[in-house]
Design a protein around this ligand. Structure first.
Ligand code: 13P
Length: 257
């Protein structure tokens, strides 16, 4: 099964001024311009999305947003409409990141609404799932993943799920420098495909891209991406340095050669 790997740089709440954004993107672009076998996405803060769009236009790097609201317009002070995101050239949107779930109390039901809206207007969703350390230590990882898949993907059609990217991000590995081993990540990616096979069918499950996220660094990227069921990664800290991001992108590119 040929799935195109996808590398997303999630800048989180960093590089949100035009100067910082420009500096990063202008040095990144020439270093990855020959990469055609990996989808590349940068998700900067909202404040520089339109600015980033102008810099990235015509390159092989696509623009992602880190969040959105599920309504398209109205009296929702401080929220961002997915229509606005589309209108300024955003192609992907990260939904249900564990920081949104834990800090901002987003529920699976809310993420499900956002997901349906994104799909409705053809914004490509990257949906994050993953367990806390305590849950892993109690042997509950698979229960948590199954619950999140059932609730977050509730009422989705086969066509919907085929347009969705899943990011498995074990929360204990995010920003901690403690990566899941390639074997630990692969085990959960296989489990996610089994769940998707039950919900849809094997062909569908085998077509969906599942990224890994959590302390991906140049020194562990290759081993992770060489696993059959890991289709690239969602990168936080290491996406803030051009050289480390390029090394991670190169590892993903090599994994398909
Ligand atoms: P780190 O790569 O900094 O662990 O962050 C991962 C992440 O949360 C990507 O969405």
């Amino acid at each position: 099964m040929l799935r195109k790997p996808i590398i997303g740089g999630n800048w989180k709440m960093n590089r949100g001024t035009p100067e910082k954004c420009k500096e990063m993107l202008e040095s990144l672009i020439p270093l990855v311009e020959g990469i055609n076998d990996v989808d590349l996405i940068i998700a900067p803060p909202f404040t520089v999305l339109i600015y980033a769009y102008k810099i990235l236009k015509g390159t092989n790097i696509m623009l992602g947003a880190q969040n959105m609201y599920f309504e398209e317009k109205g009296a929702y002070t401080g929220e961002i409409s997915p229509i606005f995101l589309k209108g300024i050239g955003v192609e992907y949107v990260i939904l249900g990141h564990s920081e949104r779930r834990d800090i901002f109390k987003e529920t699976d039901a809310l993420i499900n609404k956002k997901l349906k809206t994104a799909l409705n207007i053809n914004l490509k969703p990257i949906v994050c799932i993953g367990e806390h350390l305590e849950e892993r230590e109690l042997g509950k990882t698979k229960d948590i993943i199954e619950f999140q898949i059932n609730e977050t993907f509730k009422d989705l059609t086969k066509e919907d799920i085929l347009k969705t990217v899943i990011a498995y991000e074990p929360i204990w590995a995010i920003g901690t420098g403690k990566t899941a081993t390639p074997e630990q990540a692969e085990e959960i990616h296989i489990f996610i495909r089994e769940l998707l096979t039950e919900k849809f069918d094997k062909g569908t499950a085998d077509s969906i891209r599942i990224q890994y996220g959590g302390s991906i660094k140049p020194n562990n990227a290759e081993d992770l991406f060489n696993k059959e069921n890991i289709d690239g990664g969602l990168v936080g800290g290491a996406s803030l340095q051009v050289d480390s991001l390029v090394q991670i992108i190169t590892a993903a590119d090599n994994s398909v050669k």
